[in-house]
Write a protein that binds this ligand. Structure first.
Ligand SMILES: Nc1nc2c(ncn2[C@@H]2O[C@H](COP(=O)(O)OP(=O)(O)O)[C@@H](O)[C@H]2O)c(=O)[nH]1
Ligand SMILES: [Mg+2]
Length: 648
């Protein structure tokens, strides 16, 4: 069995295309869906195929990594519109990173307005692979009525829902001219990777069709070119041609196995997608890449429980290349190569992009809190594209997903499959505070209750530290005014005071010096000094001009170069500081844009970016530093905080 993934923007016709391919022979078509992934198994001319189909949409490009780990080929399905190339760019990026040989299928040719050449040129702007046009359309007026195959030089006239008819390729006129020109370009591109062909072209000998098809297969398998074909999935035009190209040119699973090994051990299988099913537990789509994948045998560090094919059969074992769902195999995680005894690390390209949309989840019913964290742990096992954490301040669970669509899907899974309904909110931003100027304080803690009293007296200097220097403590006590053994308690008391400053937030970047004090031979204790230091520092913080600090993120935005210009205004508008942008040396057509941005603007950034780049951008965020906030904004933040604390 060979396996391919169809990717492309939403509404490009991916699902229609898979259906049309499977319907060609209509032989043993079986479908299964696993979360967002649809699997379609079908036969074509006596061979078995499995097509993998994900919904299009910005959030889901990252999810393509799992299916690509199981695919011998990819089909990038695009609309016949040069302006849509940018929407296809994120898919090109993952396909290219994965090393999967890829056909481009220009769909919807029944409604094509733009020239195919322009569509190809626009896509070429986003890939380092040479896109080679394998067909050209035949037009009558504005309508595409057929296509010429540039290798065989055969012309076909489309018929809706039926096989196209072979027609005479005109010997002269615009189609003939365009054909000659496009064929020359194709052969030239192919000769870049084939010395023999190059020689033949130089000597003005044109190789036979059979030889050309062989070279084409070889180059596709070697993933040096991306052939572009065209048609209409809806009208079943150009579908046989695409299927034949897949049949002749898609390498078998051994090539994928080698690609996944990447110098390490060659995996026996790959677990490429998963979901948790009610009453059944974890269901993992696996593809065998070697012999020995059988129920009861070790796989991925445990025994393989059971196998179910798309058609509902329960085979005892899988032949290399075959796809099935593994059940009762809890050791398996999605998106991982598998050896008998363990799951090796995924290849670098499959690490994926870090999810960026964080939401705190609040179950509708408090009783569901424990169940929710268990459910989230399960979700992480089946979706490598999410992450979970807890909010520092509240300890509430945070789910980080690829974007709003992905989040909505995950909340649906929580509700339907786990019976947990949740509300969401944006996570709290980590505000901090510090002080503006040094102050000196003296604090005496004294208590006389019954027997032993408490006595400690401290003189402290509290100074602001440079940003990022954190907390420091020292002492300049002379003559044993405070005995050495109490110093650690003074330090501990000072740190306690920093847990919440006068503005209501944790205090950072201050230095505390114990300069003097008094003690009592009987009544002084660690506890007394700790209390005195805490109270003293608290007083000092109030007097020392409290300053609100906001968390500043360093964001790296990966964005199609055509959108970079618009980002300058967008980032500045969110009070961010643009640090600059450069071409991405590894990704044609993409820029890497760097900025510092208040953490409080992260959500707005994601939202605005999605709009400005049609969802194609993706970002990496990490904490950079804390920065002072002044004036009205600071007052409002602190006021809200103190009110919230008082309400508790
Ligand atoms: N005119 C035309 N419409 C198509 C073609 N292929 C798909 N569609 C339509 O485009 C819409 C989206 O198709 P679908 O396969 O769901 O797209 P997907 O989001 O890429 O899976 C559907 O209404 C299809 O009927 C085509 O070749 N020509
Ligand atoms: Mg679809």
């Amino acid at each position: 069995m060979r396996c391919f993934t169809v990717l492309g923007p939403s509404q490009a016709g991916k699902t229609t295309l898979v259906r049309a391919l499977a319907a060609l022979d209509g032989d043993g078509v079986a479908t299964e869906s696993l979360g967002l992934l649809s699997l379609t198994e079908f036969g074509y001319l006596g061979e078995r195929w499995c097509a993998l189909d994900l919904p299009g949409g910005a959030d889901y490009a990252a999810l393509a990594r799992g299916p690509l780990m199981a695919s011998d080929a990819a089909i990038l399905c695009v609309p016949p519109d040069p302006d849509a190339a940018m929407l296809a760019a994120p898919y090109l990026r993952v396909i290219e990173a994965s090393g999967t040989p890829c056909f481009i299928f220009i769909n919807r040719m029944d409604s094509a307005r733009a020239r195919v050449r322009e569509v190809v040129a626009a896509l070429q702007g986003y890939t380092a692979h040479a896109i080679v046009l394998r067909q050209i359309p035949i037009r009558e007026g504005d309508t595409v009525v057929g296509a010429v195959d540039l290798i065989s030089e055969r012309a076909w006239r489309y018929r809706e829902g039926q096989h196209s008819t072979l027609v005479e390729l005109p010997q002269s006129g615009p189609v003939a001219e365009r054909e000659a020109e496009a064929r020359a370009a194709l052969l030239e591109a192919m000769s870049d990777y084939d010395d023999e062909l190059l020689e033949e072209l130089i000597e003005d000998r044109i190789p036979a069709t059979g030889a050309l098809f062989e070279i084409a297969s070889r180059e596709f398998s070697a993933n040096v070119v991306m052939p572009a074909l065209m048609g209409s999935a809806e009208k079943s035009n150009g579908i046989t041609r695409l299927m034949k190209a897949l049949r002749h040119e898609t390498p078998d699973a051994s090539v994928l196995r080698e690609r996944l090994a990447a110098g390490g051990p060659a995996p026996a299988a790959v677990a490429f997608f998963a979901e948790i099913r009610k009453h059944l537990g974890k269901v993992v789509a696996v593809r065998a890449l070697a012999d020995g994948i059988a129920t009861g045998h070790p796989l991925g560090g445990g025994n393989l429980g059971g196998l179910v094919t798309c058609a509902g059969a329960h085979p005892a074992s899988l032949a290399p290349g075959a796809v099935a769902m593994a059940v009762k195999s809890d050791q398996l995680s999605a998106g991982r190569p598998l050896l008998a005894d363990r799951m090796p690390d995924r290849p670098d390209w499959a690490e994926g992009q870090a999810p960026s949309l964080a939401r705190v989840l609040i179950p509708d019913s408090e009783r569901d809190e424990v169940r929710l964290s268990a459910a989230l742990a399960r979700l992480v096992e089946v979706d490598p594209n999410i992450a979970t954490t807890t909010e520092d301040e509240t300890g509430q669970p945070v789910l980080i997903s690829q974007g709003p669509m992905h989040l909505r899907h995950l909340l649906g899974v929580l509700e339907e499959d786990f019976g947990i309904k949740v509300e969401t909110r944006t996570p709290q931003v980590p505000w901090r505070e510090t002080i503006a100027r040094p102050v000196e304080v003296r604090y005496r803690h004294r208590k006389q209750t019954g027997g032993a009293g408490q006595f400690a007296d401290v003189a402290l200097t509290v100074r602001p530290q440079p940003r990022g220097d954190g907390f420091a403590f020292d002492e300049t006590v002379k003559g044993g005014a405070v005995p050495r053994n109490f110093f650690p308690s003074v330090e501990a008391g000072a740190e306690e005071a920093m847990q919440r400053g006068p503005l209501g937030f944790p205090v950072i970047d201050i230095a505390v010096t114990l300069t003097d004090g008094k003690h009592h031979a009987v009544d002084s204790s660690d506890h007394a000094f700790r209390t005195a230091a805490r109270m003293g520092v608290r007083e000092a913080l109030t007097e020392a001009g409290p300053l609100l600090l906001q968390s500043i993120d360093r964001v790296t935005i990966h964005v199609p170069s055509v959108c970079s210009g618009a980002l300058v205004g967008l980032v500045s508008g969110l009070k961010g500081q643009v640090l600059g942008f450069d071409r991405d040396p590894d990704l044609r057509g993409w820029d890497v844009f760097r900025a510092n941005l208040p953490a409080s603007a992260r959500d707005e950034l994601l939202h605005a970016l999605a709009g400005a780049t049609q969802g194609t951008a993706w970002i990496e965020t990490r904490f950079d530093h804390f920065e002072e906030v002044y004036g009205r904004e600071a007052e409002e933040v602190s006021k809200a905080r103190l009110a919230a604390l008082a309400a508790h």
